[in-house]
Ligand binder design. Structure first.
Ligand code: PMT
Length: 402
């Protein structure tokens, strides 16, 4: 028998995305019923859900019954799972406080099936301690929540509170319904069994025991990718220059200082790797000689002679066999042209170009603005997003190549 999903739609701009969720679930052969609050109907006409689900949409408790059953009890009994999406602060607050004053809240109260909330709201609302307490309370009572995404919100703010993508919601719901043990656990281990070698942070090139040459890399980009890869089940080795960051859970970190240390570490693990992602900002030059003792000031001009460091990525590209090889390109001008040249020179599968002179991109920021250029010439530009989000975009692409 077909499993039944009861959609509870509340009033938020993200309602239109739930039409896609409904369509995806229908294609997977689930039967869908829908309850829309009055506010939800302000955003999308119930007819849209009626058409996609091929079922009558309930919008008001006091409508003339379409069946002889008491409608909210009938829907509550019939459902194998209830998905509340988008879930506003209002519906979360109502349920947490036992309020049942309309068709949707009475049905949530009456059902014994698993209820999943997909919150979507402005970041400040989502982070409001009252909303967070209500969510914590409902989780304690066994309600499930799909973490909202972070990014640009309809109100123009940047932060958490975005309705997850229809793909993520659908995957979560299917997981809940078909995999009893996972109970909606979205930690899909789609990279399980794969070996990722990732480099992050700056290199430092010593002048003397006290001074060195380095750059502004914080390591955030590489750590974010390593964290996401581990979360998705990959085995991850992170070769890290000096950063202030904590090693992500489940990741093995090798600490290095100079470009030559990084060269050694990357080459020693290269055969093990299925994919290599090189976010590290490697110093192209180092002082020819490192003074054993502190260089003393004597008021005359000091000339430092610099010699080139090995190009780690290029050397990996020369030796590549089965590995997917991904580089980053940090540029301030002619970003795409320079990035394209690097793909060829370093034998990469694709490169992630970022203009480090743009606000919200590059060094130290929590966000990045990237363009992915592939060896077949395809170019995809991405909006500003959190480095963890970009990490998943990159990992999805690596997965295609794997
Ligand atoms: O660490 P964050 O603060 O989060 O900042 C992120 C970042 C800006 C460092 C990151 O997004 C980024 O752009 N990393 C690449 C920096 C860089 O060195 O770019 P590049 O265009 O100079 O080098 C191209 C590629 O060759 C890079 O993958 C680099 O790791 C690699 N390279 C460069 C020189 C060298 N001697 N050996 C290399 O392997």
């Amino acid at each position: 028998m077909k499993k039944n999903i009861l959609l509870g739609i509340t009033g938020g701009i993200a309602v239109y995305k739930v039409l896609d969720v409904a369509s995806k679930l229908r294609k997977l052969n689930y039967e869908l019923n829908t309850i829309m609050t009055k506010n939800a109907c302000e955003f999308v006409n119930p007819l849209s859900f009626q058409t996609i689900t091929n079922n009558y949409v309930v919008t008001d408790t006091f409508e003339r019954p379409k069946t002889w059953d008491v409608e909210h009890i009938a829907l509550a009994k019939k459902a194998d799972l209830m998905l509340i999406a988008p879930a506003t602060a209002n519906i979360i607050g109502k349920v947490a406080n036992g309020i049942a004053d309309d068709m949707l809240s009475t049905t949530i109260m009456a059902t014994k099936c698993q209820v999943v909330f997909a919150p979507a709201m402005n970041t400040a609302m989502y982070e409001n301690p009252i909303v967070q307490e209500n969510i914590a309370y409902l989780k304690e009572k066994g309600y499930l929540f799909i973490e909202p995404d972070s990014g640009w919100l309809a109100c123009g703010d940047l932060g958490a509170g975005k309705l997850p993508t229809p793909e993520r919601i659908t995957e979560y719901v299917v997981n809940c319904l078909e995999n009893e043990e996972s109970k909606g656990n979205l930690q899909t281990k789609d990279l399980e069994g794969k070996h990722f070698l990732i480099s992050a942070g700056p290199t430092i090139e010593a002048i003397d025991p006290m001074r060195y040459i380095t750059n502004h890399s914080s390591g955030k980009m590489g750590y974010a990718i390593a964290k996401e890869a581990a979360r998705r089940g990959a085995e991850v080795i992170l070769v890290s220059g000096a950063t202030q960051l904590e090693c992500p859970k489940g990741v093995l970190r090798i600490d290095v200082k100079s470009a030559r240390d990084m060269y050694e570490a990357m080459h020693s693990k290269f055969d093990w790797a299925d994919a290599v992602i090189k976010t590290a900002a490697v110093a192209d030059y180092r002082p020819k000689d490192t003074s054993e003792h502190k260089i003393k000031k004597d008021n005359s001009k000091l000339v430092l002679e610099l010699v080139p460091n090995p190009d780690i990525l290029q050397s990996l590209g020369e030796k590549k066999t089965h590995q997917v090889l991904v580089g980053f390109a940090a540029e301030t001008q002619n970003v795409i042209d320079y990035a394209k040249q690097k793909i060829e020179k370093k034998n990469l599968d694709f490169i992630v170009a970022n203009n480090i002179a743009t606000k919200g991109a590059g060094f130290k920021e929590d966000t990045n603005i990237a363009t992915i250029i592939e060896k077949n010439g395809s170019i995809t530009e991405y909006d500003k997003m959190y480095k963890s989000e970009l990490g998943n975009v990159i990992l999805d692409k690596v997965k295609d190549y794997l």
